[in-house]
Design a protein around this ligand. Structure first.
Ligand code: MF3
Ligand code: CO
Length: 249
């Protein structure tokens, strides 16, 4: 299919979808507290989608049953909402995407439930820093590998490991477009970034090793060694020296 460069009008559409995704994620963040179940968080997302006139990008995607992915502690992505209650000291990754007037916006964050350990705090800060490092490398004229390398370098600088089996992706009229964007790689490799390319960068960083496995529910991905994992994601547009973050409030 190749990498799709968006026109100014398409970028307008991407901005609208990105803003709705950011607003709903902000609401979800404010709902995180001890005692809430992940299915209650999903209910909030469904209600907010309706209020914005948007639709979930996830629900029905390859049979995925819900509107958000909610992944707790050693779960890194694709956790299915259910009756488990969040408790003080947990970390939760909420991944959410919406489609509005034909364009997708995809973003995620990890947040602590009440007080969390110093190591968990460091993991969250490192993963968010890795995402920011990737965004900083996403300049017109740079190579895709520059983004991957920046994310990897930041993630591994604190003796954590970056997940290899799950990657970022192009985004637009489809939630997943070319190219795939690994969270590890070499500078100078891969396609040159052009103004108007839109992509979702989404590093997952583990406190232990990078290996993962999928639970018997066929969706929930956990760290192979049971260590904590965090996930931060933004959709961005390549725009000269500094990428535009589409999934900002
Ligand atoms: N945000 C994730 C991604 O970009 C989640 C998609 S999985 C889904 O791949 F099934 F929930 F849609
Ligand atoms: Co994504």
């Amino acid at each position: 299919m190749g990498i799709i460069v968006k026109s100014p009008r398409e970028l307008e559409g991407m901005r609208k979808a990105g803003k709705i995704t950011a607003a709903i994620l902000d609401t979800l963040r404010s709902e995180v507290r001890p005692g809430i179940t992940t299915s209650m968080l999903d209910d909030v997302a469904v209600r907010e989608l309706e209020r914005h006139g948007a639709v979930s990008s996830f629900k029905g995607y390859r049979g995925y049953p819900n509107s958000v992915c909610a992944s707790i502690n050693e779960q890194l992505v694709h956790g299915i909402p259910g009756e488990r209650k969040l408790k003080e000291g947990d970390i939760i990754s909420i991944d959410f995407a919406s489609v509005y007037e034909g364009f997708h916006g995809d973003a995620a964050f990890t947040v602590g439930v009440g007080e969390i350990s110093a190591e968990a705090e460091r993991l969250l800060a490192t993963t968010e820093g890795a995402l920011k490092a990737g965004i900083s490398a996403a300049r017109e004229g740079a190579h895709l590998g520059d983004i991957s390398a920046a994310i990897q370098e930041y993630g591994e600088s604190r003796e954590f490991s970056v997940v290899r089996e799950y990657v970022g992706h192009g985004i637009g009229r489809e939630m997943h477009e070319d190219p795939q964007i690994p969270n590890f790689g070499s500078p100078g490799q891969g396609p040159v970034l052009k103004r108007g390319m839109t992509m979702a960068l989404e590093p997952m960083v583990n406190a232990g090793g990078w290996r993962t496995k999928v639970l018997p529910d066929q969706w929930t991905v956990v760290t192979a060694d049971g260590s904590l994992s965090a996930h931060f994601e933004n959709s961005i547009a390549i725009a000269g020296d500094q990428a535009e973050i589409l999934t900002l409030l």
